[in-house]
Ligand binder design. Structure first.
Ligand SMILES: *Cc1c(COP(=O)(O)O)cnc(C)c1O
Length: 371
């Protein structure tokens, strides 16, 4: 490997086991959502994370949308979402006709600031969607306690946190529902895809009906509810089955990558890592850092890395600055500082120790500390 080899920020890992299962779908003709891998993937997934039910859908966005529809979120309702997240979290709320209420971000964990969350609860608050950003669990003990006091539903956005846990409980099992994404750059990928998990049998039944046009089970073309077509295909599920069997190893390898990044960068002045709450275990979805030093910025570090064939990603823009979600509340101002200073570094199965060393040496050079 030469020094000029391009390193992407992320790339999916598809092995021969996935190809074999996909070929089985193609050869057998089971290519729609009616096929054995869909049920197998749902059962395997539920068993893996320790939830009673798992309902597969077409994307993480579909998972969030379906979860909100299942609890009847609509006009007049408020749903608390973090100011720093991928916009799908808030879009799902808006597209139900409800109001996403933006919550400030804890500057250490980069997840929901529970004190601010507390202040935002009104009689119209129907749900809270904590996002376990960059694989770091939000403060679920405090959030579920707050929600319990007010009779509010908790929907966990686990798109970036499959395999992360709090007190040995996986994310996606602590709220009423958990929503997962299997987009190509996520911890487990089916190309596009998603999952809703729950321990509530009634909710699970409703989610399955809503995912399939709202059609009554056992009565073809009869609709008690208006639903959508959010069904995952057997082909996607086949890839999911093969990926889930490898997930523990994926998680371990990503953890190793984080350890190596930290080993190289922990002492570097101006590089800041997120902190993980007591009792919580994060997963390394994308190795993310903050650049906090005079005359240095995440943006110029990103340019510097790009000049040296290393791809990276800026953090999400604060939602409160963007047209559909605009909010002038002063508690949200700090999100901009966090967002501006953040950068995600290459993290994927197949990234080598040598590549991580090369990336870290570049960062040290940029920060003014020769490797
Ligand atoms: C990726 C992501 C989503 C959306 O998932 P898709 O499968 O791309 O629809 C939602 N929330 C967060 C936090 C995400 O990172």
């Amino acid at each position: 490997m030469t020094n000029t080899d391009f390193i992407p920020v992320s790339q999916p890992f598809i092995d021969d086991s996935a190809k074999a299962l996909v070929m089985d779908c193609l050869d057998s003709g089971w290519i729609s959502s009616q096929g054995a891998y869909v049920t197998q993937f749902e059962n395997d997934f539920a068993a893996y994370i320790g939830a009673e039910f798992a309902i597969s859908v077409t994307s993480g966005t579909a998972a969030l949308h379906l979860a909100l529809i299942a609890i009847g979120i609509g006009p007049g309702d408020e749903v608390i979402v973090p100011d720093l997240t991928f916009a799908a979290t808030a879009n799902a709320v808006l597209l139900c006709g409800a109001k996403p209420v933006l919550c400030a971000i804890d500057e250490d964990t980069w997840t929901l600031d529970v004190q601010d969350c507390q202040q935002l609860v009104t009689s119209n608050t129907k749900a809270i969607i904590p996002v376990h950003l960059y694989g770091n669990p939000a403060d679920m003990k405090a959030i579920t306690h707050l929600a319990g006091e007010h009779g509010i539903t908790v929907i966990e956005d686990c798109a970036e946190s499959l395999g992360a846990s709090v007190d040995d409980q996986y994310t996606g099992t602590m709220g009423e529902m958990g929503c997962f994404s299997f987009f190509a750059n996520k911890l487990l990928s089916t190309g596009e895809g998603g999952m809703v998990t729950t321990n509530d049998a009634e909710l699970a039944k409703k989610l399955r009906i809503l995912r399939d046009h709202g059609m009554a089970p056992g009565k073809k073309y009869w609709h008690d509810l208006a639903g959508l077509n959010y069904r995952m295909t057997n082909i996607q599920a086949a890839i999911g089955v093969s990926q889930l069997a490898l997930l523990d190893e994926f998680t371990r390898l990503r953890g190793e990558q984080e350890r190596l990044y930290r080993q190289h960068l922990e002492g570097v002045f101006g590089i800041v890592f997120k902190s993980v709450l007591n009792g919580a275990t994060s997963v390394n979805w994308l190795m993310s850092i903050r650049v906090d030093a005079e005359n240095k910025s995440a943006e110029s570090l990103r340019t510097w890395l790009a000049e040296h064939q290393v791809d990276s990603r800026p953090f999400f823009f604060p939602l409160h600055e963007q047209p559909p979600y605009r909010d002038e509340r002063s508690a949200l101002k700090a999100t901009k500082t966090l967002s501006d200073s953040g950068l995600s570094l290459p993290t994927f199965i197949g990234l080598s120790n040598e590549q991580i060393t090369r990336i870290c040496e570049l960062i040290k050079r940029y920060m003014g500390q020769e490797a």
